[in-house]
Design a protein around this ligand. Structure first.
Ligand code: PXL
Length: 278
């Protein structure tokens, strides 16, 4: 473990992502690297799985081993004082355990866990046994976990149909060790009954408190990598010293702007634009 005071002239904050590589550039570590950079952080990355995909779907994956993941991360931590860590697709229980051991050993802070379960196109990115390890080992070390509705349903083992279900699922996750939980409401709450205006709502359970973030719902198929980008933006903003509530607020504004300026490439769900300025 490197003492921060022993590193001279470390001007930028350093972020580390441990996630899957989407070679088509929309999701995973490429989205994370762009996002860290957009917030002025220096980006480092360890590949947990090499996926085969494009905007139309995920066709397979070659997972790393726990040893190769450790071998990627340790030289980084022995050289840099890492200010924030984000995890995405961690495909196996042994990789998850190793990441948990490293986070604890090196006392890594600002640890953001995106509990990636399944791709938008329906490809399973993690098996059930590994998900259980993720809940048990990573949730207690995290500053925040960021499931979408379907991930929250799978983790809390309950269907989510309304706001009361959202709260119940979040409390279940807090009972198994998550301090703070951001449930991304997406489509579920896209309609405001009174105004008929379409809004997107995300729910941050910060300890006991609930903060609801509202944004205009954007009708788009440019959604590839939105989850990765949001979690990476939260990590970068925490690295930059923002409070959790501010970090989530800024990250949400960033994702909204990135969706609005998406390049609309590919035949499926377009990537978003992490180089947008907010
Ligand atoms: O958005 C979930 C996700 C995360 N990480 C990788 C992915 C995907 C979805 O496709 O490929 C590497």
């Amino acid at each position: 473990m490197i003492e921060k005071s022993k590193i001279k002239n470390q001007k930028s904050k350093i972020c580390l992502t441990v996630a899957g590589l989407d070679p088509s550039g929309g999701a995973g570590i490429i989205a994370d690297i762009k996002t860290f950079s957009a917030f002025g952080c220096f980006a480092t990355a360890a590949v947990a799985s090499l996926t085969f995909q494009n905007t139309t779907g995920v066709f397979g994956a070659a997972n790393q081993t726990a040893e190769t993941v450790r071998a990627q991360i340790e030289p980084i931590l022995q050289d840099f004082a890492v200010d924030a860590v984000k995890t995405g697709m961690l495909p196996t229980g042994e990789i998850i355990e190793t990441v948990a051991d490293i986070v604890a050993e090196y006392k890594l802070e600002n640890f953001v866990v995106d509990p990636v379960v399944r791709s938008t196109s329906g490809f399973d990115l993690i098996d059930d046994a590994a998900l259980q390890v993720l809940i048990e080992k990573l949730f207690p070390l995290s500053v925040i976990v960021t499931p979408n509705i379907s991930e929250a349903e799978r983790i809390a083992r309950m269907p989510i149909e309304n706001e009361r279900d959202i709260e119940k699922a979040a409390r279940i996750m807090q009972n198994v060790g998550a301090r703070n939980v951001l449930i991304k409401g997406g489509h579920l709450f896209a309609k405001d009954v009174q105004s008929e205006k379409r809004i997107a709502r995300d729910f941050l359970f910060a300890g006991e408190n609930l903060h609801i973030y509202e944004a205009d719902f954007i009708e788009t198929d440019a959604t590839h990598g939105t989850g990765c980008t949001l979690a990476a933006a939260i990590a970068a903003n925490l690295a930059n010293g923002k409070s959790l509530i501010e970090a989530v607020e800024t990250a949400k504004r960033f994702v909204t702007a990135a969706i609005k300026t998406a390049p609309h490439i590919g035949r499926g769900h377009s990537p978003i634009n992490q180089l947008v300025e907010i």
